[in-house]
Design a protein around this ligand. Structure first.
Ligand code: DAH
Length: 338
């Protein structure tokens, strides 16, 4: 091992310092201007510290130059690599900053809060009102079979309500349900009386769309089956409900009607406004003994009432809306009013 002069030892120590300071500098940079400045300090071709160190070679005694030269080349490579690496890292972070918009001086875009759809709000309130009267929530499928949509509701095969033109059949035996009365059957099949449930949801009928019709709308169905349930119970329940949802001053009337699954049946109307106009709220009646029998109940033991009301109509009466179509158009000017 050849020994070096004091001069060379000092120069080698200076190379070590240059290396460690240069590496630290390039590793801790945080901006392109800082990087540019460091590049000039360490690698600058005229005054850079590496250039100065290279010049120092000439002042060393001949035999030491090889040792110094090798070490110099290693330091030079290390600093050049560190310099390139730092540049790549900074370039990437600049791109990211631009993409995610971290410039805190750019004005933001205000976003409004969303809200629940008026029909959802109405449904929740109806569930709440009937809940306080002891009705539990029941659910049924929107794709139904003809047994639950018709047969079990005492609507025989030749009944006009089953017409293909009046229903959305998917197959000869399945359809989009045309009424939530289907859920009455599903609940009674699955439970024994006493039963007190409401079921809410979409129903589908191929009606032409106008101010009062839509091919899809929402119903709330009610069913109460127990010993000794009467028509008086039905009327007081619906009157009580109407007062709760529409206000104490609402007037409700019952007109004799016909539904295959209730006997007797009534049409339920509400007074729409001060002009004295009546608008149908839905249908109701005492559950037909045939329906009770079909689900295995004894009509001599229990009786029941049922009702089916249009949810859109209720919401329209409550808020003074005269057209059903805005419910389905997603116009924020309409929706933001609720
Ligand atoms: N399902 C009937 C309809 O959609 C409404 C209805 C009438 C429901 C009488 C009932 C009922 O539960 O008892 O037109």
């Amino acid at each position: 091992m050849s020994s070096t002069s004091n001069e060379t030892t000092a120069a080698l120590a200076e190379l070590d310092r240059l290396e460690s300071e240069g590496l630290t500098a390039f590793e801790t940079l945080t901006s392109i201007p800082d990087w540019e400045a460091a590049r000039v300090v360490f690698l600058g071709l005229k005054q850079g510290r590496l250039k100065v160190a290279q010049e120092a070679l000439k002042t060393l005694p001949g035999p030491d130059r090889k040792i110094y030269g090798q070490r110099f080349n290693a330091v030079k490579t290390a600093l050049e690599v560190a310099c390139e690496t730092a540049k790549t890292k900074l370039d990437q972070s600049v791109v990211k900053t631009a993409v995610i918009g971290e410039d805190l001086t750019v004005p933001g875009t205000a976003r409004g809060f969303g809200r629940r759809h008026p029909l959802t709000q109405t449904s929740e309130e109806l569930i709440d009102i009937f809940g306080r009267m002891g009705f539990e929530l029941a659910r049924g499928p929107e794709i139904e079979d003809t047994f639950h949509n018709f047969e079990a509701l005492n609507i025989p095969a030749d009944h006009p309500a089953r017409e293909p033109l009046d229903n959305f059949y998917l197959t000869p035996k399945t359809l989009l349900r045309s009424q939530t009365s289907t859920v009455q059957i599903r609940v009674m099949e699955a439970t024994k009386p006493p039963i007190r449930v409401v079921a809410l949801g979409r129903v589908y009928r191929p009606d032409a769309v106008d101010a009062t019709h839509s091919f899809m709308f929402h119903q709330i169905e009610g069913l109460y089956v127990d010993r000794g349930v009467t028509m008086a119970n039905l009327k007081s329940t619906l009157r009580q409900f109407a007062k709760s949802y529409l206000g104490q001053d609402v007037t409700v009337r019952f007109r004799p009607s016909f539904f295959p699954f209730t006997e007797p049946s009534v049409e339920v109307d509400m007074m729409w406004d001060s002009s004295g106009r009546w608008v149908e709220m839905g249908g109701a009646g005492m559950v037909d003994p045939n329906v009770l029998k079909a689900v295995g109940y004894d009509p001599d033991e229990v009786s029941g009432f049922a009702f089916g009301l249009g949810i859109e109509r209720l919401c329209m009466r409550r808020h003074g809306i005269d057209d059903i179509r805005p419910f389905y158009q997603n116009d924020v000017r309409f929706l933001s009013q609720f």
